[in-house]
Design a protein around this ligand. Sequence first.
Ligand SMILES: Nc1nc2c(ncn2[C@@H]2O[C@H](COP(=O)(O)OP(=O)(O)OP(=O)(O)O)[C@@H](O)[C@H]2O)c(=O)[nH]1
Length: 974
Amino acid sequence: MPVRIYALAKDLKLDSKELVEICKKAGVTGKGSALASLDDDEVQRVEKYLEAGKQKKAAPAVSVAKGASAPIAPVRGGDVISDRGTANRVIGRRTTGAPSEPAAEPPQSAQADAPPATKPVEDLPAETAKPAEQPVAETTPAKTPAASEPAATSKAPPATPKEKPAASAPKAKPQQPEMSPGPLSPMRRDPVGHGGGGKIRVIGRGSRSSQSSRGEGDSGGAPRAPKRREPSIKINLAALPEAKPPAPKKSGSEPPAQQPEVRFTKDAIAGHKQGDAAGIDKVVSDEKKKPATRPGGLTEFAEKAKGRSPRVSEADEAAEKKRNAGMAGARPDRNRSRRPNNRRDLMEGGGGDFGRRRGGGRHGGGRRRKGVNTAAPRKEAVSLELPCSMRDFCEATGVPVAQVLRFMMGMGVMANINATIDQQTAELIAADMDLTIDLKAHETLEDELITSLEEAEDEEADLVTRAPIVTFLGHVDHGKTSLLDALIGINVVKGEAGGITQHIRAYTVEKDGRAVTFVDTPGHEAFTEMRARGANVTDIAVLVVAADDGIMPQTEEAISHAKAAGVPIVVALNKSDLEGVDPMRAMTQMTEHQLTPSEWGGDTEVVRTSATTGMGLDELLETLLTVADLHEYRANPSRKALGVCLEAEQQGDRGVIAKLVVQNGTLRVGDILVCGSSHGRVRAMTDTLTNAPLQEAGPSTPVNLTGLDIPPGAGDRFHVLSDITQAREIAASREHGSRTESLSGVTTKVSFETFQELLEQGRLGEQQEKTKLNVIIRSDVRGSLEAIDKELTKLENPEVEVRVLQRSVGGVTLADVTLASASDAVILAFNVIPDDAARSLADERGVEIRRYDVIYKLTDEIRLMIEGRLRPEKRNVELGRALVKQIFQISRIGTIAGCYVAQGSIQRGCRIRVNRDGRTIGDYPLDALRRGKEDIKEVPRGMECGIKLSGYNDVKQDDVLEAYKIEEVARTLD
Ligand SMILES: Nc1nc2c(ncn2[C@@H]2O[C@H](COP(=O)(O)OP(=O)(O)OP(=O)(O)O)[C@@H](O)[C@H]2O)c(=O)[nH]1
């Protein structure tokens, strides 16, 4: 009877992977994975091989006993290792013995032969039995195949260089220990033989310093320019002759000889021009009498020597001020203060020129010299907590604010002293100013609590087996949803808008008495994030590949996600029921992506399935459970829960509904939860498949949960805390962080309507800047927001930029319309509707709200518009809204909705959108419109009527019916 390799491995008490290897060696081919089956014959072959291996293993034990230099026993190796000096001595001997082999490979190669841990034991005897004199040959290992074998001999012991001599100790001449350290022979190339320092080189083998030592040694004959460098191990080298430190420059403490500075007043100069010499004479005589108090003068240095800052008496100062006012001789001073590098003086704390210019220029520099320099001394190594303000940065580093602001201006950023500096900016400034900054992130409650929760390790005794989380990934329409539906026994595919999955689904089902959690992801290219998220929560990825299509772009992407997540991949070759499909084609393509099918000897399980006929479903399930067995997924149900939010939405009366998967621990009703920037207490939990209420959810369980204050982001991790205040604080700080990040800049007024006009009128060509189309996105779930976002970024071109001013989950609100009106933005409502107030304001202000239910329609429409090709030949004209007050079930007719027309009117022949809980759930033609028993053409606002929809009988009380008609609109921009 066939037996799976992993099961046989269990019987034989071997590792499954090891057994796969053994199968190969035993000549049983095509068994690339532990899931492959072996028939009786193959099992026997494997067992025989193992038996033979055991015998082989037993044989060398005799030789070990015989020979003193057993290949594995580190007896002699121990001798060599025990005394480093001995080792070196041996090396030295060999070096002298064979000095003529300078061109051999570098000694690192001996270490590069690190032993592969998985080397089958049974190989050892054969290898170690190879001729022991080969060590000599090992010095030229690349030359012959035989030469590489002794290198293999040294693979067994883990500690490489020391044990190598023992491992490959030549058995042929055990009595000649001097020949034994053959494997060390590469050391001969080490220049030990050329001089002292052998000890050092052995220690430093492989290190850079030793290599350079070797380089020097090699140059024994060839002269090489000596390089000055630090000795790597100083204790073994003669001390370098002490160089006298250079004498401090005298010029540093003595002022340069100066010419007496004679300054002429304007009057003196003017008088001189008029032939009056008296004014000049007076200035010259005054100058001679004046004490040397100018900077750099002797008085100043005398003061400095006494440890005081040179000060000028009030009287002198006043006199000087008077003298210097307006004198031509003051120009050098002024120039100095204007020099661009004056900030260096300032930074070094020695100047004050900068301040003099500002404060002292007009009002007299003397005052400044009197005061104390208040600038913080510049610090070289600073520790800074981020984010911080410009002021904090400057105070911490001692760099003047003006200097930092100037730098920022140079980078095109107009900042002020209160501006916040982020890490990147701080690093840039620091690099520019040669500062060493140790940037620390602010230690928050988050770091304290969440990190400890994430890092808490579970006790082995607490761990129990959990259900595997299996995610279906693959290209759009390859049959993921159908396959999952068929496995679970439900039908979700039918209800999908546009026939594509736009939400992530997760269900736990019981199969063969075991729980499995399935996650379905959308295949449309827009949902990359959802696929990545699906892959990140999963244990096993099922790659659904349609046999007729093969590997497609999103299949490739899914492969990357699964590989990045490091999870096993099982391929479901779906649609195998289709006639004429060639599964070999898809399998060949798979090999190009390093997914070799197990039937071709690889380790990827490929199951041929058909969601339509049910073919291969059992096998797929069995394979998934087997993989789960192999990996033993475990969790600790007794700890506080943590996991991931897959999706979240705001539902009218129920509040926030979040779909979470518990990854570890148990989540209970009443638990305090923080998830992204939302928090709250778990109010209720329901099963994602049956909607049954749950009191607790253990590991691997997906739940729909209420109780959070705002919808968390899809992909946000959640944690259970014990204090609601802490949860609130953490959520608030995250919200603050993300708001700060997403603050958008100034908006340009370009509306959706005018956008095409701009294009048509060719005004884009005249504009230097890109034309910006501002949009506000509202969606039913977070995942769609990301998908739309991603699609919109693809629409950018050199002339047009689509700017998302705001994106959020939930219906269109008054605030959205206000923002759109202020910034000429268009509101893109994906699967949501505007509330009454928003609708009225939008009408009043002419704000456009575009509604979509399929993502590619949204992006296609915008793309067409951007390309100037949008031809609004058909336009939806909103007619009115009616509220369903009562439902009447009439046999043979169906459901009649008794409605009250709240806005506009309902007209015969229109179409009706059915909205429930703020979401559009369907769009149907109006079948019948009646008042009493009469069929009528139109029902105006404030009246009641009966509405029958065509093809939909599930209208419920409180549904909102929106009537609209499709009008043909003539093109106006042709
Ligand atoms: N013949 C055949 N058709 C299939 C099979 N599986 C799915 N289909 C059809 O393929 C189409 C797409 O199936 P879905 O299950 O929606 O595909 P999907 O991969 O979930 O699509 P997205 O979720 O949008 O990525 C549907 O019309 C299915 O009926 C199959 O095994 N055989």
